[in-house]
Design a protein. Structure first.
Length: 277
């Protein structure tokens, strides 16, 4: 049952209320995706899928390294489909296709950037080119946050910031060139001071949570005057993704994964730079 004419009342009315304090979820992200499939048009589903493509990116990088696919990644394409796409990209988004075809070039130069950074840069260019207003604004905000976190981590570990920052926006260029504590950005981007202050604390879990709340507040700001629109569907999906990530972190397995992620960051700049297809 697809929604004709953009009437989202029944869809949204059927969703549970969620808040940042929720400890137990009545709906999983996968259940939400199944639920949305019964209501959304293909175009709308394609927009929702945009936020899951980073999982496809991660799966592709695993497969290119000859690792087993991660069954926990909530991708748009199955691992089997991605394996086929690596050999002959036909159905994946254009940015993934360009990345995979570039890898196949015999005269390809050895990349000076990490594969995950190179693929992420293509993803964010793809997101910033989207016509949907909320998608584009969220992509800009999200990329700024991610680049800021990268820059602060590079400072901490004495790494080359310029190699790791994605894009050439004013925000990105300030991160690459400024030596100021706030990269001379806080006047125009108030959340910069918040993130910088969080990085001065040792409590990593609190830092992660507070940063996620910046995303939550951004979504509230973008949809606060709306109630039954597709923007609300997008915002609900993104918020549920945040909540589900934290609900998993409350389990022993989640705590272990979180610790592994922290350790991985310290070594991620030794990521292999070439792949065999």
């Amino acid at each position: 049952m697809n929604i004709a004419g953009g009437n989202y009342y029944c869809l949204i009315a059927g969703l549970p209320e969620i808040s940042p304090d929720d400890k137990k979820l009545s709906l999983s992200v996968q259940e939400l995706r199944t639920y949305l499939n019964d209501y959304l048009t293909k175009k709308e589903t394609d927009i929702i899928n945009l936020f899951f493509y980073p999982n496809d990116n991660a799966q592709i990088l695993r497969l290119l390294q000859k690792q087993e696919p991660d069954p926990n990644l909530q991708t748009v394409f199955t691992a089997s489909q991605l394996e086929d796409e690596i050999q002959d990209p036909m159905f994946v988004p254009s940015y993934i296709k360009d990345y995979l075809l570039d890898l196949q070039k015999e005269d390809r130069e050895v990349a000076s950037r990490l594969p995950e950074v190179e693929l992420s840069e293509k993803y964010w260019d793809f997101m910033l080119a989207q016509k949907d207003k909320l998608v584009k604004k969220y992509a800009e905000f999200s990329l700024n946050i991610k680049n800021l976190i990268t820059a602060l981590n590079c400072r901490k570990y004495h790494l080359d910031i310029e190699k790791e920052i994605i894009g050439n926006s004013f925000f990105a260029n300030q991160l690459k060139t400024s030596r100021a504590k706030d990269f001379e950005l806080s006047d125009d981007y108030p959340y910069v001071d918040t993130v910088v202050a969080l990085f001065e604390k040792d409590n990593t879990a609190e830092r992660e949570y507070r940063i996620d709340m910046l995303y939550w507040d951004f979504l509230d700001e973008m949809t606060g005057h709306k109630y039954f629109t597709f923007d609300n569907v997008i915002a609900f999906t993104l918020k549920l993704m945040i909540l589900e990530r934290w609900s998993k972190m409350t389990t022993e397995q989640g705590k272990r994964i979180f610790k592994e992620l922290l350790e991985r960051f310290k070594n991620e700049f030794q990521f292999a730079k070439e792949f065999d297809i």
